[in-house]
Design a protein around this ligand. Structure first.
Ligand code: AMP
Length: 474
């Protein structure tokens, strides 16, 4: 098995990878990195979770010349979420290369993004729509972009962006190097590759590092207030050897542990607000098999080897397919089959369908003893635990938050959205009106979420700066 050094990467990148704890290249990295470093066009057929971002990102970072302020590399993404994710990954990988990476995406002021570009950036990661927009306003020049990546090309096709992608490619130098990554290869994407790439080599991998093929996956549709009851029933029927129940927030973890306790189900909670000592205690008890059920947040479960776990339950559906694959891909290892059960509300059916599509998997409806779950005993016995969230009366009403850091601290809109999404249970789409000024910034969130965001994001570090947040106006 080769190391990253064997693949021909330079010291600054190797150091960054070591710092991130990446020990060995994944299969797509092992195959794609040497080809891309050699200047070849590459088609990577790989789904999310395979390490594709580093596969195209590491050669990209080697390719660009930090001393040259022109845009030398472009990564096109179908969505704003992916744009932010890729930007954050590239920044982490390129930390010691002195490369400026600018994210451009809709929903944040175009002038701010133009200002970042004017300051000089070697790499642009952008959504198709915003790249088109910025090109037409002459904010973005691609005449030096000789390394171009189309990430999740099939998704671009689904969203109707293919024509725009062609236009963008036609603005890049014809002698460029092009990498195209796509989970599937519909005919339109094949044609794009044939006409727009030069003698590409195709590399196909399945999500081997995190396979979910051996995991039987189910969903249970249930009302928001009936979730704890439904979960208790699922656990009773499934009788897992050991299960991890994932929730999105620390508060949610505590609340669910209590609600299950009230129903006579013994569980332990694991989340970031606990002291290190009590976290270690819970982890040890779980690893040693002394605890059977764990309610955990994604972050807290990060260090846990859960390959012996028979069941994963998504009490809260994760907000990206990537996280879904991460959560359930760790169960059912070594020839054993695991089971994963996701609780969803009716409204989340679309999210579930998106996960099935992205992760190229099937999630069937769960039933206990062959029948659908009964609804009758779903009623919460203790309404105080299940107070519904206040809804935004008028769709689109926003609360403005002020953040005490700005350009002077190196902050960018993507950092801010990333911080809010990482530390609260908001989706990227919930964060709008992001403006980064010299010493402070603004973002808008739904009224019902404002307090939670202030509480959970305040004090978190972004680019070395501790964020201070307050509500600027309701
Ligand atoms: P991606 O498929 O690019 O979204 O990557 C999936 C996840 O795997 C991300 O969380 C990466 O940080 C992580 N990852 C990528 N490459 C490696 C590696 N060689 N070793 C460990 N983790 C990795």
């Amino acid at each position: 098995m080769p190391t990253f050094a064997d693949l021909g990467l330079s010291r600054p990148l190797l150091e960054a990878l070591a710092h991130l704890g990446y020990e060995r290249p994944t299969p797509i990295q092992e195959q794609a990195i040497p080809e891309l470093l050699a200047g070849r066009d590459v088609i990577g057929q790989a789904q999310t979770g395979t390490g594709k971002t580093a596969a195209f990102g590491l050669p990209l970072l080697e390719f660009v010349e930090p001393a040259d302020p022109e845009v030398q590399a472009l990564v096109l993404t179908p969505t704003r979420e992916l744009c932010i994710q890729v930007t954050q990954a590239l920044r982490a990988y390129g930390e010691r290369r002195g490369v400026e990476i600018v994210a451009i995406f809709g929903g944040a002021p175009i002038r701010d993004q133009a200002a970042y570009l004017r300051q000089g950036a070697q790499v642009v990661v952008g959504t198709v729509g915003r790249v088109m927009d910025m090109m037409s306003r002459h904010y973005l020049m691609l005449s030096d972009a000789r390394y171009v990546v189309l990430d999740e090309a099939d998704e671009m096709l689904d969203l109707g962006f293919l024509e725009d992608v062609e236009t963008i490619l036609s603005r890049c130098p014809s002698g460029r190097q092009t990498a195209l990554f796509s989970a599937t290869m519909p005919p339109e994407i094949r044609r794009l590759a044939e006409t727009r790439m030069f003698d590409p080599i195709t590399i196909k991998v399945r999500a081997e590092t995190l396979t979910i093929d051996t995991v039987d996956q189910f969903y249970v549709e249930v009302g928001e207030r009936e979730k704890a009851g439904a979960l208790a029933r699922v656990l009773k029927s499934e009788r897992p050897d050991q299960a991890i129940i994932f929730v999105r927030t620390k508060i949610g973890a505590d609340r669910l542990a209590r609600a299950l306790g009230d129903r006579g189900v013994r569980v332990k909670a694991l989340h970031g607000d606990m002291t290190q000592g009590s976290r270690d205690g819970v982890m040890l008890a779980f690893k040693g098999g002394r605890e059977r059920l764990l309610v955990a947040t994604d972050i807290a479960a990060r260090g846990l080897d859960i390959s012996g776990v028979s069941h994963v339950v998504n009490y809260d559906l994760p907000n990206s397919p990537d996280v879904y694959v991460h959560r359930i891909g760790r169960t059912g290892r070594v020839g054993r089959s695991g089971r994963a059960i996701s609780l969803i509300t009716h409204k989340q059916r679309r999210e579930l369908a998106a996960i099935e599509r992205h992760a190229n998997t099937r999630i069937g409806e769960w039933s206990s003893n062959g029948g659908p779950p009964e609804r009758s005993d779903d009623q919460p016995r203790r309404p105080r635990h299940t107070k519904p969230h206040a809804r935004d009366g008028a769709q689109g009403r926003r609360v403005k938050l002020m953040i005490g850091a700005g350009r002077a601290q190196g902050l960018e809109p993507a950092d801010l959205i990333g911080a809010i999404v990482d530390h609260s249970h908001l989706d990227g789409e919930d964060v709008t009106g992001v403006r980064v000024l010299e010493r402070f910034s603004f973002a808008e969130v739904p009224p019902a979420k404002a307090d939670e965001v202030v509480r959970s994001v305040a004090g978190k570090r972004v680019r070395g700066t501790e964020l201070k947040l307050e509500v600027a106006g309701r």
